[in-house]
Design a protein. Structure first.
Lengths: 453, 312
């Protein structure tokens, strides 16, 4: 409230100062703090949410290995605290040779050679014969394994780490001694390490049934593909509809029905859009959305449950949001601009294209970015449309099977094991960072735009 | 030479206008699509021998395995989570709105509005994670592990409430903001305190807008999916009046229950073949959900229109 009003209010109470007014004022102060508390509840909810997620994304893990790395490096004559990272490729292959059976070694070498110039496990004649025969294993034409590849093999086949316990960040920080003692009793062989579940490896590795090595690469690419289709579909249509309603539509029954309908669509639960997508895009339009109209009936194994179907479904979902936001942006363009355009003899469309749209563009883009952020976080409609539960192959195009980041989070959250909760939290962090970036972009755009106006 | 004063034909303009109209009319097509597809599959469902409209609307058991299709267990869970959500969201959201609109300095408001916007922008699946990993353990530690099941409607409902606080507060604040300054000044003029002005003058004046906010929030809570799918339970809470204890089981929010939305997600997340009764049944539930939320939204729009008429 403005100051003069405030002054007048307090002046009035002073004038009739007495017991009742003190009590009334005191009650006012109490209620004010009550209201403030409510606001703080909302803030506390947000803070708790973020702490909960950070808390699960980092923390101690107890790792039990069938052959601890310290033993392995000691076998090579290094001090036990040497890291596997410090070994050369030759030494790693030597380790592998000592620890795995020759048969397994041969199999690995047929998949891909360890060295270009010599063979470690396989007989050169046998491999030559194989390469001459029809089978031609991959080793015949692939270059030799890299050092990191060999190290990954050593970890996977020799060290064989398994996570036997995980603790949250807060537990790890405040109860470290207790955790150490308990682990020493429960898993004497295990080693306690502090682990960030969110890592570059996590972002770039494909999905895996083992939480330790699982990543979000597939889901992240899926999300980007789906959002791309959503945007390509809903942006032109949404802006077109907004232009029609604001610039062209006369006030008649049909147009008012269209407007009311758009407002109502904005309030339809997202899962209903999922069912619409399932019925229309996945089922009725399967020939198109499965991509089989391109390949002449062969198609993919995805039926209609593809990126295209998901993108179009989300496109329908955010269409009302884009239209409503774009309408507001167009409405904010001053009428004088339109009149000036018309007075110079330009047609309606010329006026819209040259004057209205450029002026409304920042507002339209802000609204679109926020709508895309909404699409990026949607889960329920995509479960209904039929996101794949487990795929490890990167999506190749609009007709691939898909999974998206929120779906991945949902699936990991639904698993009972602790480690899946940890990677779900890490995936949530990635999603929130993406959304925060989009929202910041929208806010910056809005601020720049409103300063100019 | 004569100058033609007739309007020049411009076919390009007509084409553009046509495209723009089609873009706008697509929204009608979306609605028709929703009504048609949901209606068609629901009709197929009611036409089957195993299910009937009467059973759907009256039975308190949803057990597809033995061909029992009564929507009430799902509706009951939806109502429980929605009521829990409203208990959280209405007081907090409304109080926040009153504080921001009537008490907060511009600086505080500038700080708090983005926080509420962030709260509104967090994906619902993240709230689901929050319900399962924070709210449920919290409730279990307060009320006891024996009383609170791992999956329960209370935890999901409270978190849905948190999720719709920003919706309640921003819509209510708009309504409060639309109340003319003159009303407040008149109130101060006759010696009312700030509290009396806010609660007895501004609040009643904004009542229709606030009611609209409440109704939209209920609709949002009913349609909310991921939180309940993750935290509320993965099986319909079948019940029989008389046999099951009313407060111990039927209305007990600490018991697991599957909402309408939760059921749709669980069934469609599995391997679902078209033309099966399961496939058709989720469309019947979807239709019920669509009708309920649409009605609530229309009612809310009426309320908004009323306060616009008065003050604008």
């Amino acid at each position: 409230m403005s100051d003069p009003v405030e002054a007048r209010g307090s002046g009035a109470t002073d004038l009739f100062a007495g017991d009742t007014s003190t009590r009334r004022r005191r009650r006012g102060v109490i209620v004010k703090f009550g209201l403030l508390t409510a606001l703080m509840v909302a803030v506390a909810a947000l803070v708790t949410l973020i702490i909960t997620i950070l808390n699960s994304s980092f923390g101690l893990v107890a790792v039990e290995s069938s052959r601890p790395p310290s033993e392995l490096v000691a076998g090579l004559g290094y001090p036990p605290d040497t890291d596997l990272e410090d070994l050369t490729k030759q030494e790693l292959v030597l380790l592998l040779g000592r620890e795995i059976s020759t048969n397994l070694g041969r199999r690995f070498e047929r998949e891909q050679r360890f060295f270009d110039d010599r063979l470690v496990f396989e007989d050169p004649n046998v491999l030559n014969d194989l390469c001459m025969s029809g089978e031609t294993p991959a080793a015949c034409w692939l270059p030799a394994r890299s050092r990191d590849d060999v190290q990954a093999l050593v970890v996977e086949r020799v060290v064989e780490p398994t996570i036997v316990g995980t603790w949250s960040f807060l537990q790890s920080t405040f109860n470290r001694g207790e955790i150490r003692a308990q682990t020493a009793v429960d898993h004497p062989e295990a080693e306690l390490v502090f682990r960030s579940w969110l890592s570059w490896d996590f972002v770039t590795s494909p999905q895996s049934p083992v939480p330790d090595t699982a990543g979000i690469r597939t889901a992240l690419l899926g999300s980007l593909w789906v959002v791309l289709i959503t945007l390509v579909f809903s942006f032109p249509i949404g802006v077109g509809a907004a232009i029609y309603l604001e610039e062209y539509a006369r006030e008649n029954r049909l147009n008012s029905i269209i407007q009311t309908n758009i407002n109502n669509l904005a309030g339809v639960p997202s899962i209903i859009y999922g069912m619409l997508g399932l019925a229309i895009f996945v089922r009725t339009m399967e020939v198109f959305t499965s991509g089989s109209f391109l390949s002449g009936g062969g198609g993919t194994t995805a039926n209609g449950r593809t990126i295209v179907s998901a993108g179009l479904t989300l496109g329908l979902l955010i269409l009302p949001l884009i239209i409503i936001n774009a309408q507001e942006a167009i409405r904010a363009v001053p009428g004088s601009l339109r009149q000036a355009g018309m007075a110079l003899g330009s047609t309606k469309w010329q006026t819209v294209r040259a004057h209205v749209l450029p002026n409304a563009l920042p507002g339209i883009l802000t609204g679109t970015i926020l709508a895309v952020a909404r699409a990026l976080g949607e889960t329920a409609p995509l479960v209904v449309v039929g996101a794949s539960t487990f795929i490890t192959i990167d999506p190749e195009g609009p007709f691939s099977k898909f999974t998206v980041l929120p779906i991945q989070i949902y699936q990991w959250t639904s698993r009972p094991q602790d480690e899946f909760r940890n990677i779900a939290a890490a995936a949530i962090l990635v999603l929130l960072v993406l959304l925060l970036t989009l929202n910041t972009a929208a806010v910056l755009l809005r601020n720049r735009y409103s300063r100019r106006a | 030479m004569t100058v033609s004063l007739r309007k020049k034909r411009r076919p390009g303009e007509a084409v553009i206008r046509g495209f723009l109209f089609i873009a706008a009319a697509l929204s009608i097509l979306t609605t028709v699509g929703i009504v048609f597809e949901l209606g068609k599959e629901a009709l197929l469902f009611f036409r089957t021998e195993e299910a009937s409209m009467a059973e759907f609307l009256s039975s308190t058991h949803w057990q597809p395995a033995i061909l029992d299709f009564g929507i009430w267990p799902l509706v009951l869970a939806t109502l429980t989570t929605s009521v829990m959500a409203m208990i959280v969201a209405l007081p907090v959201g409304l109080a926040t709105a009153i504080f921001l609109s009537e008490y907060a300095t511009p600086r505080v408001r500038g700080l708090m509005k983005p926080i509420l916007e962030v709260l509104a922008g967090i994906p619902t699946v993240v709230y689901g994670y929050f319900a399962l990993t924070f709210m449920t353990p919290l409730l279990r530690s307060i009320f006891g592990v024996s009383l609170v099941e791992i999956f329960n409607t209370a935890s999901a409902g409270i978190v849905v409430g948190i999720l719709i606080i920003p919706l309640v507060s921003s819509m209510s604040e708009d309504a409060l903001h639309a109340v003319p300054l003159s009303l407040r000044e008149a109130s101060y003029g006759v010696g009312a305190t700030k509290l009396e002005t806010s609660l007895r003058v501004v609040l009643p004046a904004a009542l229709s807008g606030i009611t609209a906010a409440f109704v939209v929030s209920i609709s949002r809570a009913i349609g909310e999916t991921m939180v309940v799918a993750i935290a509320a339970g993965a099986g319909p809470k079948n019940f029989t009046f008389g046999e099951d204890s009313l407060f111990g089981y039927i209305l007990n929010p600490f018991v697991a229950g599957e909402t309408m939305t939760g059921h749709i997600v669980r069934i469609s997340g599995g391997d679902l073949s078209y033309n099966s009764i399961d496939y058709n049944s989720i469309f019947a539930i979807g239709l019920a959900l669509f009708v309920i939320t649409l009605l609530l939204n229309v009612v809310s729009r009426r309320f908004v229109a009323r306060f616009r008429e008065v003050y604008e």
